[in-house]
Design a protein around this ligand. Structure first.
Ligand code: ADP
Ligand code: ZN
Length: 359
């Protein structure tokens, strides 16, 4: 097991990464000073796979409490579903000191995190991410949110968990496209900040896709360290954290224009390939680095281009992203693998050229 501390001004917490650590959650919650009740929020799929192991460990550590279940799927991250959860927390007599455990992927982490942040003005939150995406990205950093209509993550709060438990054994049951989805953020972290990790990924991509527990523990831990380092320096996303948006300026727009038929990771992979190409055309990134990035994405089961997308709609969607400030669309570009910089000097015509695949 590897432990990574997320150092914040207040409320620092640990991320524990390992194989087969889920049953230890109960004892760890007790060590943190909790007792009595603990409530698990999960989705139907994950409940069937992992809720028993988790609640068994909780029971052995003396906890009682229920499992609140919502249907799986991105479309259900709504205020209405959150409202139902508040009611069930009330029915379960959840108090200010009762930990809420988010067991599942990013959707569960977001909505259970949002509910924990707001119920009784905040109850303790423990993240138990079970997708690669959630383990390497969304469970660390304290962002919680629900969607509003078609607008993703519009209503939310920064709310840090007390503990994150990432059991890489849970990734064994993850559908292949979900593993690929998480790999997009893994490749992103390496591309912006860690050339050594990028090299490690190139060497071990087959082991990763075969879900070798040792390799998965290593990549999850290294990614959490990268994300934790960025979050510690910029808890509320004012500056440095912007580099985490590599691939996301184009990616979010492509995702929205696809009507969310593309998964986040697929859209971000397309976005990274486009933004790497933009980096090359502005004279920063060399050809070899662009090819290495695209190859790695392809080996991770991700797309690197889109056919049949309305390019004008993508350019227009970029201007409506919530990260746009004072009308400037901000891009994260690469100088080299492992070195990123932020700029708003990318012309819409260059984006058009790159997306259309010529120019
Ligand atoms: P993401 O982390 O990509 O946002 P979601 O929360 O949307 O993930 O979960 C994606 C799907 O994968 C959901 O249907 C969820 O029930 C399922 N899922 C989550 N974790 C696992 C797992 N460890 N094994 C199998 N399916 C899982
Ligand atoms: Zn992302």
């Amino acid at each position: 097991m590897q432990t990574i501390k997320v150092e914040l001004e207040r409320n620092s917490y640990e991320v524990r990464v390992g194989a087969g650590i889920l049953p230890r959650a109960g004892a760890w919650l007790r060590d943190l000073g909790y007792s009595g009740k603990a409530v698990i929020i999960t989705d139907t799929t994950v409940k069937g796979l992992y809720a028993d192991v988790l609640s068994g460990g909780l029971a052995r550590a003396g906890f009682s409490g229920g499992i609140l279940e919502i249907p799986p799927g991105e479309g259900l991250k709504t205020l209405e579903i959150a409202g139902g959860l508040y009611e069930r927390l009330t029915d379960a007599y959840v108090e200010r000191t009762t930990p809420v455990i988010a067991l599942g992927g990013g959707v569960i982490g977001d909505i259970a995190g949002f509910v924990a942040a707001t119920y009784l003005r905040g109850v303790p939150l423990v993240q138990v991410p079970t997708t690669l995406l959630a383990q390497v990205d969304s469970s660390v950093g304290g962002k919680t949110a629900v969607d509003h209509g078609l607008l993703k993550n519009m209503i939310g709060a920064f709310y840090q968990p007390r503990l994150v438990i990432a059991d890489v054994d849970t990734l064994k049951t993850l559908p292949a496209d979900e593993l690929s989805n998480g790999m997009a953020e893994v490749v992103k972290h390496a591309a912006i900040l860690d050339a050594g990790l990028f090299h490690y990924l190139e060497k071990n991509i087959a082991e990763i896709m075969a879900r070798d527990a040792g390799v998965l523990e290593e990549i999850v831990a290294r990614n959490v360290r990268i994300k934790a380092g960025v979050v510690a320096q910029d808890e509320r996303e004012t500056g440095l954290r912007a580099v985490l948006n590599f691939g996301h300026t184009v990616g979010h727009a492509v995702e929205a224009v696809s009507g969310f038929t593309l998964k986040h990771g697929q859209a971000v992979a397309i976005g990274m390939a486009a933004e790497a190409e933009i980096s090359r055309r502005v004279g920063k990134l060399n050809d070899d680095a662009v090819s290495r990035l695209k190859n790695l994405l392809v080996e991770a089961g991700l797309p690197v281009s889109v056919l049949d997308i309305d390019i004008e709609a993508v350019v227009s969607a970029m201007r409506h992203d919530k990260k746009v400030t004072a009308g400037h669309v901000r891009f994260v570009l690469l100088d080299a693998i492992g070195e990123a910089y932020v700029t708003d000097a990318v012309s819409p015509s260059l984006v058009r050229e790159v997306l259309s695949g010529h120019g």
